[in-house]
Ligand binder design. Sequence first.
Ligand code: HDE
Length: 694
Amino acid sequence: MMNKNPKNNFAQGNGGEIHQCAEDGYDTMTTQQGTPISDDQNTLRAGARGPALMEDFHYREKMFHFDHERIPERIVHARGYGAHGYFETTKAIPELTKADIFQRVGEKTPLFVRFSTVAGNKGSFDLARDARGFAVKFYTKQGNWDLVGNNIPVFFIQDAIKFPDLVHAVKQAPDRDFPQAQSAHDNFWDFISLMPETMHMIMWIMSDRGIPRSFRFMEGFGIHTFRFINEKNESHYVKFHWKPKLGMQSVVWNEAVKINGDDPDFHRRDLWNSIQSGNYPEWELGVQVFDQEWADKFDFDVLDATKLIPEEDLPIQIIGRMVLNKMPDNFFAETEQVAFCTQHVVPGIDFTDDPLLQGRNFSYLDTQLKRLGGPNFTHIPVNAPKCPFHNFQQDGHMAQHNPKGRVNYEPNGWEKEIAGPRESHKYGFTTFRQPVEGEKTRLRPESFADHYSQARQFFISQTKVEQQHIIAALTFELSKCEVVKIRERVVAHLRNIDENLAKAVADNLRLDKMPEPFPSHVKTKQDLRVSDALSILKTRKETFKGRKLGIFITDGIEASELDNLEQIFKQEGATVERIAIQVGGIVDSKGNRIMAQHQIDGGQSPLFDAVASLTSDKAIDAASKNAAVRDFFTDAYAHYKYIGYNSSSKKLLEKIGLADKMDEGFVNLGDKASDEQFLKSCRNFRYWERPDGA
Ligand code: HDE
């Protein structure tokens, strides 16, 4: 009988006859060998109460497979979430690069993206303060190109040889195996305080960039300077940027801590929900392109990965867009097994001598060997190119295919039909002919010596609110360090960045005296101009699209009030979810049942970008006595959120102690005009003027 359910993911094999079918129309369960299984509930035993029998091949195979389900998690970026999508070229740039993907406007190239945190283990929570991985595998017609980037445009260190130390320092201490997924501990800050080159990235990590609202609201960066190579073999330097269509957004720290409890999967759920609901996340790909002459004039060495090029100094040209429109069918097969390598490049894209990039070029292939168990990880569908590929590599663990025929070497003199592939001088990847000379040496170039100027530029480019967040983050992290000397050493560095910053942190830590500035070979440049592009709040997009409103509802409300509010927000492209005392929802003034998505305990306000309260007079007394209801609103207040309320909810807010706090972040609801006013306010995301938020 034919497989009745060809769409069933578990129906494998070559599609031939399945010789048996379970009586009720389901596919018959089989062993991996295809042997039909009659009983999956009981092991084979000698008598009903007797010992198990070794000949139970079904049990043996099932348990053997289960015992080996895990593969080593990534040593960094273990926690990640991936999606499929496409890249559409919007500007052809043949004068800059011969990379096939950038030749034809309108052409779509399939891709796979994996977002990740860096420090935490696979099961850690999403809203750790951390950099986020932003790794893209483009399946181009000339091979796979992996742009393995982060959401922060600079890195902690200048030389790859320090990477194991950095990662050891930030991850759990080896004796106690904690703290997990956080940098707020002595080992991390001890290392950082002895490595001045980390200071620029520290500013980014301590800023709101370290706690993004979701993957959809963050930028991505290739970080290193790469090369574009055109048909004439001319080289241009290039830096890659991803710009989120919905703009950037982050949460506040107190909120991040609560989200990690309320929903540790906050970021992955967000990506899942937005793709499943057809609101496909989108980014633009931009490039900063420059030549040697420009590089020579720039204040810093373009090979130094702790430096960026401000957009104001070198504008970004947009050359394409990325849309994520499909979740993997299976997390493990795709997201866990995807193998990114910085050395996966295509003709037209080449490396520079950035020592961090050079070091990465060794590490990624090496790590895949351990993680995926052999050299044939390229045979796993998510890693295989989608263009034709031919070579004489063969065998190895888990080979899924080998070259056909008798010829497995080259050069060979066999006729074309069986000779196999040949190299192509015309189409093949050629390395840029960059002259190289010099003594072999372990030396850091002088041009890498300025560790504070761009850290300062980042800090002074932030709004006051964002600067306060950096100060608060440094205070939080250093307060978790038990060794006072470590706190002092970090403040000594901050003095080289900005005296006000150093003073604020020192005061917050209650240091006895201000430490001397950390010795520095280079004076911090005071004249680097403010770069607005570095600030999230200065580049904010005026929309609530893609955001989430949570509406608290009680029995006895007017259904039309709820309908109107929901409509207005949905038209904006926002998601609306209802929260009630019980998940079964409420009964409105006309006796009709309205369902909720959350019970108040499981739908707390940190999960929403703004909240509203629609209640009836008869319900507010009980609601005000409910601790979870109180938390819902006091947290929303502390996290600077806009809070909409109807007339009865005003009394509720008063009862729970917010009476004297009702500032302009509170918006009265009730008719269409005021609902629209509420939406308009929400487009600002947060009411930062609030004096005593979190
Ligand atoms: Fe990675 N990094 N890295 N890294 N990295 C890995 O490869 C490494 C660095 C980045 O979603 C590992 O497959 C070294 C910078 C991402 O699967 C490993 C150095 C940037 C991902 C590795 C760096 C990154 C990784 C671990 C110092 C931003 C996750 C598992 C020179 C541009 C990719 C793996 C995914 C993963 C090595 C520094 C981004 C061990 C040696 C800088 C997004 O190979």
